[in-house]
Ligand binder design. Structure first.
Ligand code: AHM
Ligand code: MG
Length: 329
């Protein structure tokens, strides 16, 4: 097969890009492509809602709210509805697990794919006009299409992902994804309603000098984490922490850096969820040449045992993650 990492020019639309990459996917029936398109479309809708969010009170105050008579819902709940609805439409997805739903959401039993999604991550930033994101993972189900969904369809290791990505609602909105053949980033042009390839074949710098961690919890970190943070300071690294995983991750992906959410006294396994926060970013970072670890184990090798399982996360530039986890051994 010709190496399709080359040759697709910057400015190519997402749709055209997905089509031209279809053959890279071993089960190429077009269904995965359709799922990616559905997620991208729901991302446009959510982007619109986010952009309107600051206007809600103003609109309310002038008495013209609720064009459709709809009650305003919290943005994360709304995003969950938008993505689940989009994934229901094409019939490719048999189940969704989401940060917003306690249980597995069954969709089309004949669908071949399982989706894990955090529809709107960075909850503390939603109401204050700071970048937030959507994170998703796509797996092929293990049991045959048509049969009831089982735990083994859902509780798959991250290394089984067939695609993963995120949407970043920032100063511009971006979609970054991988199907296991490199990482590509698309910037959304709202006036045209299109995503365009802006970051082709992304790679994370092998080393960097940005560390991202909530240092307010420093006292409750384990000794190896404290020691690594001291190392960062001794080396005059820059501390950058938005508190919005996608935004912190994206910056470090472009500039080189490490994001850490370790175990704390309060959260013995850290705060972040394996299935719909860590695995997707771990797949992306490895595809971009970086690493993702719990401190003791590669994130993608962790066998999930429950839907909303948490794991400590060290993710980013290869050398930085290696250095951080060296303190554990
Ligand atoms: P959420 O899923 O409730 O939004 O929590 C995840 C977020 C991440 O985006 C962010 O990196 C982290 O929580 C910040 O947590 P903290 O405020 O403890 O630093
Ligand atoms: Mg989240």
């Amino acid at each position: 097969m010709e190496d399709s990492r080359i040759a697709i020019p910057i400015g190519t639309t997402l749709d055209r890009f997905i089509k031209s990459k279809e053959e890279e996917f071993q089960y190429a029936t077009g269904e995965l492509s359709q799922l990616l398109r559905d997620i991208a479309l729901a991302g446009k809708v959510v982007n619109r809602e986010i952009n309107k969010a600051g206007l809600i009170n103003i609109v309310g105050a002038i008495g013209t709210q609720n064009v459709q008579g709809e009650e305003q819902q919290k943005l994360d709940v709304l995003a969950n509805i938008r993505f689940t609805r989009a994934l229901t439409k094409g019939g490719e997805a048999c189940a969704v697990i989401s940060e917003e739903d306690d249980e597995i959401v069954d969709l089309n039993n004949d669908g071949k794919y399982v989706i894990a999604i955090d529809p709107l991550d960075g909850s503390s930033n939603i109401d204050v006009n700071v970048s937030i994101g959507t994170i998703f993972s796509i797996y092929r189900r293990v049991t045959p299409a048509g049969s009831p969904i089982q735990d083994i369809d859902v509780l798959q290791k991250g290394e089984e992902q067939v695609a993963a990505g995120y949407l970043l609602y920032g100063s511009s909105t971006m979609l970054v994804y991988t199907t296991g053949h490199g990482v590509n980033g698309f910037t959304y042009e709202p006036s045209l309603g299109e995503y365009f390839l802006s970051h082709a074949d992304m790679s994370v710098p092998e080393d960097g000098n940005i560390y991202s961690v909530n240092e307010g919890s420093f006292k409750s970190f384990q000794e190896p984490v404290k020691a690594y943070i001291e190392y960062c300071k001794d080396n005059r690294y820059s501390g950058r922490y938005i508190g919005s995983l996608v935004a912190d991750f994206h910056r470090n992906l472009l500039k080189g850096g490490i994001y850490i959410y370790p175990a704390t006294a309060k959260d013995k396994n850290g705060k972040l969820r394996l299935m719909y926060e860590c695995n997707a970013l771990a797949f992306i970072v490895e595809q971009a040449g970086g690493l993702a670890s719990t401190g003791k184990e590669r994130i993608l090798s962790v066998q999930p045992t429950e839907l909303h399982q948490r794991v400590p996360l060290f993710i980013g530039s290869k050398k930085m993650v290696e250095k951080a986890i060296s303190y554990f051994s």
